[in-house]
Ligand binder design. Sequence first.
Ligand code: SF4
Ligand code: SF4
Length: 455
Amino acid sequence: MEIVIRKKSAFKGLSLPENKVTAKKFIEVLSPPEKVTIPVQQSTGASCEFIIDRGDMVKTGQKIADSNSYVSSPIHSPISGKVSKIIKLVNPVTSGLIDAAVIESDGKDSWVELTQIFNMQKSEDFNSLRKIIESLDKKETLDMIREAGIVGLGGATFPTHVKLNPPPDKKIDTVILNGCECEPFITSDHRLMLENGREILMGLYIINSILSPENIYIAIEDNKRDAINKLQELIAMMDFSNLFKIVSLKSRYPMGAEKSLIKTVTGRTVPMGGLPMDVGVIVNNVATSKAIYDAVIEGKPLIDRVVTVTGNVINPKNLQVRLGISINSLIEKCGGFRGEINSVIAGGPMMGLSIVDMDFPVTKGTNCVLVMKRKIQDEQNCINCGRCVNVCPMNLMPLMYVRNVRSRNFESCREYFIDNCIECGSCAYVCPANIPIVGYIKTGKSVLARKKAVK
Ligand code: SF4
Ligand code: SF4
């Protein structure tokens, strides 16, 4: 049965050099580190508060931070040991200070008790596992996903239990599993699809049991032909052919952004200021789907993730690491820096965040550590060439944000729908005047958000 649909991008976007040098590198599992640093906020929504204190002993997988707010996600200890101190860290997203717990390992990696309801390592009786999933209560499943601290692992870190529980007036007829990984250099999702495809597909079946959509698509860019073939083979083997359809997408940046992806796969346009659920769609990343499987079937909270460590390091790798390990340790595990460097980025070159403190930890949203030598070029005046407009996947006018933020006319940014900008960086990439357009956009958004908050 033909289960691969091929689609071209439904937006302008960019064709970027891929630089995916780790695409053939198997995921290497690192031993638990001697020390982890755990920031108290690792998802969008309300911040958690620590429920442990300095001097407490904790086990691997023990919940250490939580919130009463529904739109939040708890945090668990990635190692067993002693909470040695609570420190302040500079949050690279907001530049504000946040609390973080430092946990020193006891060397035992002693876990909390996990409730595993099936073991796919030991049994390939997929029908039995499907029946178990079908028998699960939806609310209890959502509670398990929440309690395990699952958030969007593509980088957005939105709490997954909230995304999978849309309001009753939002009928979801389509689920898209996002395996695009469109940013250059990053291959963590690609490797996960090749090495953990069964868990990803069973995670998707859990999503299906919660939402009962009419259409389920697995969207993968056509530069990952091996992942398409692997999942196609597993879909047939696990008897999912009538349920899941693979959509092979032309490789184009930013294909993996939710709104571009929805437009390309379904033809639907998410309205300005709207959400995917407004057009009946929910998008989940492949790594999130595996984490859902781990939580619901293996009883395992989110304490580790796969990170691509690449760029100017001696031996680029895909590493499965405990959350809280320092970025510096990952670079050391890859042999250290190679050649000239002036930039370390958490994430990819287009949307990642510059990291100044090398002791900053891997968090739930860290899919890549990229070491680069970036060209520093002087910013020139806008020459009104229109390239930024031509390339914007959201059909925005980026030059107007530059003009309005420079003249401190922030309200006008709203008239140009600044909130619809996904900060993909395409406009800045093509700008011949070297204008850091995304920086202007971030400033505009944050000033408008502050003005709204004081009203
Ligand atoms: S304006 Fe925003 S969405 Fe458009 S290209 Fe620039 S960063 Fe991307
Ligand atoms: S690409 Fe740069 S120079 Fe050209 S219109 Fe946009 S902001 Fe101006």
